[in-house]
Unconditional design. Structure first.
Lengths: 229, 229
């Protein structure tokens, strides 16, 4: 039995969209893993692991270009409409956000490497918690993308508030440490920087979640002043 | 004389692309202006101006949605190919970058407002210089977009090195200040934060420049390890 051409094209197209999704998940998995490694390096004082994160950006950058290229070809060759067009535009944006998360993992690992030149400033508790939230936001955002799950995307937006609260906590703690022990100013600044980078990972996961809500519902939730807590 | 339908469509389409460009320029102009105001508020110790920047994000957010919508409709209704498709995808990405620059202007103004609660830490020289470079990068990137000027886009990439050098200078200076006068730690942190935000404005201008090089030449210069200085 031969498949009629139009159905063949349709199937092939669906398959391409599924592949595109799969590549974004691979990229998200890399980004999440690298964030985890960077924080593990900080807690375990493992300079070699930090170096590994710093040197290991290549797979994400390669995927970034490949996914952009897939999106461009899908738009050029398939001329998708409505929800398919919105999905591919969402993929273009999610791809950009994931690439930035990869960059942030490198930035965190660089701050960790500098931090490890100094004796420990304090026990690292809140930063690994921030990282765990940021990783969970990323994972949920990508799950929401695959399952077109607006409720899950909404929960990603809610988690961002927790991340912000922890960031403020970290800031207050470190300000106290620096003030009472000026010798710790330099390494404390690196811890502060790490908390800011983690906050930005949360911002990128938030962007992804907002893109998904738009993709699924064609409803633009960006720049809505009031958001349910 | 009646215009044949195809030419009519063609003209209308060209006109839409020119309008799209125009809207991005307006948005870029707003972003640049707001950055300037935030720094002016810091130098002149003008709390009211900082408040004005914090409260004035609405026009950029409105343009962000409008431009996204224009791009979506152009893709859906015109099904562009080759350079036109690349231009619209570039517009989608540039729109995202400019919106983030708008957010950064707010973040800078918030740091300025906090900073102004304290006596001056030092004369502000390098931060306004950083802002001037970041603004010039944005302006050049948008000019390069309109004129499809790859050389100008390349010069944007080069300016980013200057911005990085100044950021490191600011860091060293403020570290010295905090160390010798712990009472200045809190306001100094806000100055540090402002320098990081300005660095990120430069990153966004760099993204725009890279998108333009891709748009014009279909050459992907992202993630190229060596870049001529």
């Amino acid at each position: 039995m031969s498949i009629p051409p139009s159905e063949h094209i349709f199937r092939h197209y669906e398959e391409e969209l599924v592949q595109l999704q799969g590549r974004l998940l691979v990229m998200g998995g890399f980004a999440e893993e690298r964030l985890g490694q960077a924080l593990h390096a900080a807690v375990q004082r493992d300079v070699a692991l930090a170096e590994q994160v710093i040197a290991g950006d290549e797979p994400i950058n390669t995927l970034h270009k490949e996914i952009d290229d897939r999106c461009f070809k899908l738009l050029a060759l398939r001329q998708p409409l409505a929800v398919d067009l919105r999905s591919i535009l969402a993929a273009v944006k999610i791809n950009t956000d994931l690439e930035r998360v990869g960059d942030l993992a490198v930035n965190i690992a660089e701050a960790v490497r500098r931090y490890l030149h100094h004796p420990p400033v304090k026990e690292l508790v809140d930063l690994p918690r921030m990282a765990a939230i940021a990783q969970s936001m990323l994972r949920d955002a990508l799950d929401a993308f695959v399952r077109r799950d607006v409720d899950l995307a909404q929960r990603v937006l809610d988690q961002d508030d927790e991340l912000d609260a922890l960031k403020r906590q970290v800031f207050r703690d470190l300000l106290g440490v620096m003030f009472s022990r000026p010798a710790t100013i330099e390494p404390s600044l690196d811890l502060l920087l790490i908390s800011r980078h983690l906050e930005r990972v949360g911002d990128h996961a938030t962007n992804v979640a907002e893109d998904i809500i738009f993709m699924v519902s064609a409803r633009d939730v960006r720049h809505v002043p009031e958001r349910p807590a």
